[in-house]
Design a protein around this ligand. Structure first.
Ligand code: COA
Length: 320
């Protein structure tokens, strides 16, 4: 049996902050940010909550899938920036969309969150427990950002993406997930005490060793992609799209180069959204879907990586 994505949705907050606006907060400029990251602007949740964005993305995915909320048996929300600790975001989404039958819970695997949520839903399908799942990734990273730290505040953005998954007859693909807790120190955030752009002690905001993370990504993501291909006995040239976590254009270009692939096979929308952590892959997937770029039978390789450290990937056949 295989897992298929039969609908996608996304939500980006109304307020857009371009690089010039960031340059009013810290010593930086548009040219530096674009050259080092590819990012031109990001959406910032001024009024929207994580749950609101997650529920909006979910509603759009459900509509795109053409199912009713009652059909959903499982809701997984991936987030590192939930509005509150309890209740979990997934239960709040369940309430908002009226998916009364669903079991719902959150996971936190940082930027690998969406791919790991996909793997978990697939595992539940394989275990025979569920047939229809809603996986959502939503982040309000702006609340966790130190707006005086130019090493991080240029990178992150807010948003949400969602996908409806169904169990169907067809080829099953094995997923890959790895973690390295010994490198956890490279990307940390102590806790969340309040929202907004107020100033707390530095450890309460996202703190990052950018160069370590960069080296980790350009080394591990090609390894991850090769491992996913090998595990499933799929040749690299069979993959139509590599949908990789949108952290930095230089990381994506380096991964494409390592694998000897043209950069167009690694679609990018980080110029508009920045790094939205777990939400970046479903935001991009929804954009490609709505632009009509994904054709029936396209093989898509999803690859996430981030804090923890964690990295995770899988393959899916589009529209099968
Ligand atoms: N604007 C202008 N100058 C900046 C700057 C900014 N926003 N941030 C850093 N600099 C300066 C540094 O102070 C340093 O100056 P110096 O040479 O005078 O000391 C110089 O630019 C180079 O700094 P460095 O940290 O080496 O830059 P970099 O090329 O590594 O780029 C990142 C920084 C953060 C863009 C890059 O490391 C990166 O993208 N890392 C991966 C981060 C990531 O993807 N995290 C999420 C993973 S899920």
């Amino acid at each position: 049996m295989s897992a298929v994505i039969c609908g996608t949705g996304s939500y980006a907050p109304a307020y857009i902050m371009d690089n010039d606006k960031i340059a009013e907060l810290v010593e930086t400029n548009d040219a530096w940010i674009r050259e080092r990251t590819g990012i031109r602007q990001r959406h910032i949740a001024k009024t929207e909550t994580t749950v609101y964005m997650a529920a909006e993305a979910a509603k759009r995915a459900i509509e795109n899938a053409g199912i009713s909320p009652e059909e959903i048996e499982l809701i997984i929300v991936a987030t590192l920036s939930s509005d509150v600790i309890l209740p979990c975001s997934a239960c709040e989404v369940q309430k908002e969309i009226g998916a009364d039958r669903a079991a719902a819970f959150d996971i936190n695997a940082a930027c690998s969150g969406f791919t790991i949520a996909y793997n978990m839903a697939d595992a539940f399908f394989e275990a025979g427990q569920y047939q229809t799942a809603l996986i959502v990734a939503a982040e309000s990273l702006s609340h966790l950002t130190d707006w005086t730290d130019r090493g991080t505040c240029i990178l992150f953005g807010d948003g949400a993406g969602a996908a409806v998954m169904k169990k169907k007859q067809g080829r099953h693909y094995f997923s890959v997930t790895h973690s390295d807790g010994t490198k956890g120190w490279t990307l940390t955030c102590k806790n969340r005490l309040e929202t907004g752009m107020g100033q707390l002690p530095r450890e309460y905001y996202i703190d990052m060793n950018g160069q370590e993370i960069f080296k980790f990504a350009v080394r591990k993501v090609p390894e991850l992609i090769r491992e996913v291909l090998q595990k499933n006995n799929v040749r690299q040239e069979e993959i139509t799209w590599f949908v990789v976590h949108q952290a930095n254009s230089r990381i994506l270009e380096s991964v494409a180069k390592h694998l000897g692939e043209p950069s167009w096979k690694f679609p990018m929308n980080l110029q508009h959204y920045g790094n939205t952590s777990s939400a970046s892959i479903p935001l991009l997937l929804d954009e490609l879907n709505r632009q009509g770029k994904l054709k029936k039978g396209d093989k898509i390789l999803l690859a996430g990586f981030g804090a923890g450290l964690t990295w995770s990937g899988n393959i899916l056949d589009w529209g099968m």
